[in-house]
Write a protein that binds this ligand. Structure first.
Ligand code: KIV
Ligand code: NA
Length: 273
């Protein structure tokens, strides 16, 4: 098995849907790697694992640390590392410098950045210099303060802007594009119009692939639940029950039992120590 590359992902346009999840740690990357095509080291890590109120406080150091952890868990899936807020918006040169760091220091083959027409020049700058870029249009969470919240993007008169953004990132050389919180009809039209795969999150079933935040779909991140999240497990509840049972066992001196303890004399053959 060899890892998938951005060119393989781009070539999947029109084939079966691309399956994408986020991961931030080695053990979860191993799980996602067994079943998915792309593992996204999203800047959602800031909210999901670090308790930040938005993705705006995420740093290059966080993305590199989690990117390295994820890469240790991958055999087949392709990794994408999110460029954090403030690491690429200033100029194509700044974006290249930081994208090159993410790639050199993690070993991942591609990066993702948020923005449409206004980031096209930067996307072209990176891709022409050896850095495959996944774009991200529609709701771009790093722009929450200018957007005024995490609202649907692309209804009514906004639809043309989303289409123009998607066309711009394709023309700039992005190998794929995330459509976040875009009405399903528009997402379908964008997917038909582009020759690169669209990956939807809250963008309906007619995208070329789907992505969710792993901790959302596992029920591990429960501070809020966007409408587009489907819960496939309730691991947060399972963890709560397990910790409660442990606490009760310790308080009642039910744990540790003999089987978890060490005998004072060497056990005879056949017995565990
Ligand atoms: O950071 C993230 O997890 C993302 C996905 C939601 C697309 O950007
Ligand atoms: Na992100």
């Amino acid at each position: 098995i060899r890892p998938l590359l951005p060119v393989d992902i781009q070539a999947r346009k029109g084939a079966d849907p691309l399956v994408v999840l986020t991961a931030y740690t080695t053990p979860m990357a191993r799980v996602v790697d067994r079943h998915c095509d792309i593992v996204l080291v999203g800047d959602s890590v800031g909210m999901v694992l670090h308790g930040l109120p938005s993705t705006l406080g995420v740093t290059m150091e966080m993305m590199i640390l989690h990117g390295r952890a994820v890469m240790r868990g991958l055999q087949r899936a392709m990794a994408v590392i999110d460029m954090p807020f403030g690491s690429y918006e200033e100029s194509p040169q700044q974006a290249f410098r930081n994208a090159a760091r993410l790639i050199a220091e993690t070993g991942a083959p591609s990066v993702k950045l948020e923005g449409g027409q206004h980031m096209a020049e930067t996307i072209a700058f990176l891709t022409s210099r050896g850095i495959p870029v996944m774009a991200h249009v529609g709701l771009t969470p790093q722009a929450v303060n200018t957007l005024g919240g995490y609202k649907v993007v692309g209804r009514d008169h906004e639809a043309e802007k989303v289409m123009a953004d998607a066309r711009a990132v394709e023309a700039a050389g992005a190998f794929s594009v995330v459509l976040e919180k875009v009405p399903e009809g528009l997402a379908g039209r964008v997917s038909q119009a582009l020759s690169i795969p669209t990956i939807g999150i809250g963008a309906g079933v007619n995208c070329d692939g789907q992505v969710l935040v792993l901790d959302d779909m596992l029920g591990l991140f429960t501070d809020f639940r966007p409408k587009f999240v489907k819960r496939y497990a309730e691991l947060g509840l399972t963890a709560d029950e397990a910790v409660a049972a442990y606490a009760a066992d310790v308080r009642a001196r039910r744990f540790p039992a003999a089987e978890h303890s060490f005998a004072d004399v060497l056990p005879s053959k056949g017995q565990k120590n």
